[in-house]
Design a protein around this ligand. Structure first.
Ligand code: NAD
Length: 363
């Protein structure tokens, strides 16, 4: 292994694989070996990422039979129509059971490519080449795949672990600024929820991260992938510890739903959601207020919103009750004891949640 790359091994019942994190991986054939990727390759990408990186990926893949499908860009295309388009194109390209699907793009492409791979001929291999920060630190690792339904996000899907994840931090250079910052919220989530040392490291390296310094990014993506790998290995199907990765998410989903999906990016909503989870934790006497203040200040240094939109507390609370992470009607939230130490509270007192929402939204 070159000094520059980190290899994180993930072992689950659904499969064992390596996550490679480094700079310039997408141009290097050595990261696309024959024992991981067969002779028939089906690349799924979109109209934004494809023109930037598909040729480089194809060059690194060398003399294989490669078919590339370019889908329209956007969460609104993460649906069964796009899924059908992938399957149709795979049939047309005569892909067989030994084919390898490669998802080249952000989380939307990764989720759809993974789901198509899970279903095509009852399952073919998928290799994820995530190109957004959110996809590199979260979506590409762990095997959750799927598409949206008009009735809800990610309602249709499957667990299908990838055969490899190739996270090249240099492709993040072209990511739009707002998307990049939203990805940083997910990076902060790992520190705040699981790893105090990492949280302090993010604080100390906030400027380098904001400037997309490759070395800082490589460390951050690697740490997040290690943390996600550890959690996923312990709890592949999210019955326990994996839920901690949802810090800020129940509040965040309510913000996304209340504002109409798309006006707040997911990472932005999760950032504001973590601030609310922090304030609730302080209110319940669980978290020192200084820790909540550090979290808020770091997110704000990253230019992320730290307050929810001015929507009434009751509307947000109703939406929180509808979140699919809510079990049997009880408000189940991830709260913090200190930075880096989060836990599941199965039956959160609604009045306290309402008070925190009310104070934050003044409504
Ligand atoms: N499977 C999981 O465990 C998991 C976890 C978290 C999120 N998700 C899913 O991920 C999706 C969100 O992912 P996302 O934030 O990556 O959104 P996205 O895939 O829509 O990407 C964001 C935007 O950035 C563009 N982009 C991506 N990489 C680029 C690059 N290198 N250069 C220029 N532009 C680039 C995309 O084309 C898109 O316009 C959601 O659908 C969510 O449900 C899945």
């Amino acid at each position: 292994m070159d000094d520059a790359e980190a290899v994180i091994h993930v072992e689950t019942r659904g499969g064992a694989y390596d996550v490679i994190v480094g700079a310039g991986l997408i141009d290097r054939p050595k990261w696309f070996p024959e024992d991981t990727i067969g002779a028939d390759v089906f690349v799924v990408t979109n109209e934004t990422v494809g023109p930037l990186y598909a040729d480089r990926l194809t060059a690194a893949l060398g003399p294989r039979r490669i078919t590339t499908l370019v889908l329209p860009d956007g969460e609104e295309h993460k649906n069964l129509d796009s899924f059908s388009r992938i399957i149709d194109a795979m049939v047309e390209a005569r892909m067989h059971r030994d084919a390898t699907v490669i998802g080249l793009g952000g989380g939307v492409i990764g989720d759809m490519a993974g789901f198509a791979a899970a279903c095509y001929q009852r399952g073919v291999a998928v290799v994820q080449v995530p190109t957004s920060l959110l996809a590199q630190v979260d979506a590409a690792v762990g095997g959750k795949t799927g598409v949206n339904h008009p009735g809800g996000k990610n309602l249709i899907g499957a667990f299908h672990q990838p055969r490899a994840v190739i996270a090249d931090v240099t492709v993040l250079d072209t990511l739009p600024e707002r998307e990049y910052r939203a990805g940083l919220a997910e990076v902060v989530k790992y520190g705040a929820g699981l790893d105090a040392g990492f949280f302090s490291w993010i604080e100390a390296n906030a400027q380098a991260l904001t400037q997309r310094d490759a070395k800082a990014l490589q460390f951050a993506v690697r740490r997040c992938c290690e943390a996600k790998a550890e959690v996923v290995q312990q709890d592949e199907r999210e019955t326990g510890r994996r839920a901690l990765l949802n810090l800020g998410h129940t509040f965040g989903h309510a913000i996304e739903a209340a504002t109409g999906y798309g006006s707040w990016l997911h990472g932005e909503a999760v950032g504001a959601g973590m601030v609310l989870a922090g304030r609730l934790s302080v209110r319940l006497g669980l978290l020192p207020s200084a820790d909540a203040a550090r979290l808020e200040s770091l997110l704000s240094d990253f230019g992320l919103p730290v307050a929810p939109p001015p929507i009434s507390a009751d509307i947000l609370l109703d939406l929180m009750r509808m979140d699919k992470k809510v079990l049997s009607g009880r408000l189940r939230l991830i709260l913090m004891k200190e930075l880096g130490d989060s836990f599941v509270v199965a039956d959160c007192p609604e009045e306290e949640v309402r008070t925190v929402l009310h104070a934050a939204t003044a409504g």
